[in-house]
Design a protein around this ligand. Structure first.
Ligand code: SAH
Length: 366
């Protein structure tokens, strides 16, 4: 739990762990709930602000514990209202989080790892490599920091927040911390963001899709596909060499059988001009879905976001529509995702700044 400091990161503790901590600390058990509420319900990360707690307790806590291990290094606000946060862990690793407002609800896109070990050819985050897994507390803290920035510390949230695990990293390669974070965030005495409002995206870590399927209260699932056959997917997403399209679809089919009433899952498909976006690719994708009898799936078509030095470009707008129509004419639901925050490099596949200087340079060059 401690991250490069001797102090316990309280934001990472489940209610049970908080009780254990409090008791070990010589305090009555009921303090656990009080502290948990200060951090997760009131979203206070500084003991000095936790005025519901006795001063002596706060002083004692601050000697051995902290609620805050991330610092915001810089923030960029897009013309469409999207906000991108570049944070840093206590030991100096970059963490990126994106706030995406829409009329009816907000979405926060959080990172599960600093950098990413997967080498998807069209994604900028891949160029960083894996720096390290984020702790459960670092995952939760991203959300608290963003909500406080938007609505003020301890401010009321005007409407529900959705979370997507689609920032930097491969969530299923940091499975335990990810699931722990979602469980902490779903607490009624805390952020109360229930799994039903969370979607986790994986590049296709097959055994973890099965493990995820077996969880009792699990978030929704999205799988990044981006190619309808092994030859192309091997090239675009090397993780395919470990678990190929056939294995991925088998796991997806099993996952489908665990869906709740009215629930669907998603395949994401990044459209790369001239690479995976032809009519034939769309037809092959439809055939693949039919072959595996996948019915409760929708396809999110993501226009490729430019990210120097990647060599790919976006599909022509007419081709995006054709791709969607071909899928639909085969009875497959397909949606084209509107890119958000491209101007501040906050869109899918663009998260990879090591330092604020690096993004400022890139953003202004854009
Ligand atoms: N590693 C997980 C979580 C990251 S989600 C996963 O791959 O699912 C990020 C999403 O953005 C993925 O669906 C990925 O395919 C997509 N993406 C990556 N680079 C992109 C780019 N340059 N333009 C558009 N989408 C991109």
């Amino acid at each position: 739990m401690p991250v490069s400091s001797e102090k316990t990161h309280l934001t990472a503790l489940t209610p049970d762990e908080m009780t254990e901590f409090v008791v070990g600390f010589g305090e009555p058990r009921y303090r656990a709930k009080q502290i948990f509420k200060q951090i997760h319900e009131r979203r206070l990360l500084d003991f000095a602000e936790m005025t519901d707690l006795p001063k002596a307790l706060r002083a004692k806590l601050s000697e051995v514990a902290t609620a805050s291990v991330l610092t915001v290094e810089s923030k960029f606000v897009s013309e469409d209202g999207t906000r991108r946060f570049l944070m840093k862990t206590a030991d100096g690793f970059p963490v990126e989080t994106v706030f995406i407002p829409t009329e009816n609800r907000d979405t926060i896109c959080f990172s599960s790892q600093s950098g990413c070990p997967l080498k998807c050819d069209f994604c900028l985050t891949a160029k960083l490599g894996l720096l390290r897994n984020l702790t459960a507390g670092e995952i939760v803290e991203q959300i608290i920091i963003v909500l406080n920035d938007v609505y003020g510390v301890a401010g009321e949230l005007p409407h529900g927040t959705n979370l997507v695990g689609m920032g930097a990293g491969e969530p299923f390669l940091n499975f335990e911390n990810l699931i722990k974070a979602t469980s902490i965030m779903s607490e009624k005495d805390g952020l109360f963001i229930v799994p039903n409002r969370i979607t986790i995206s994986t590049a296709g870590i097959v055994p973890k899709i099965r493990e995820f399927a077996a969880l009792e209260r699990r978030p929704h699932l999205a799988i990044s596909l981006s190619a309808p056959d092994d030859e192309l997917r091997d090239r675009l997403m090397p993780i395919n060499k470990r678990w190929n399209v056939e294995e991925l679809f088998k796991a997806a089919k099993e996952f489908e059988s665990t869906l709740r009433r009215d629930e669907r899952f998603t395949f994401e498909y990044v459209l790369l001009g001239g690479v995976n976006d032809t009519d034939e690719h769309a037809e092959r994708l439809a055939v693949l879905l039919k072959k595996h009898k996948l019915r409760r799936v929708k396809i999110n078509l993501i226009p490729h976001n430019a990210a120097e030095p990647l060599e790919y470009g976006p599909s022509a707008p007419e081709q995006v529509m054709r791709f969607k129509e071909i899928l639909e004419s085969n009875g497959v639901s397909a949606y084209v995702r509107t890119p958000r925050g491209r101007d501040i490099f906050a869109a899918c596949g663009q998260l990879a700044a090591r330092s604020p200087v690096a993004i400022e340079g890139r953003a202004s060059a854009n």
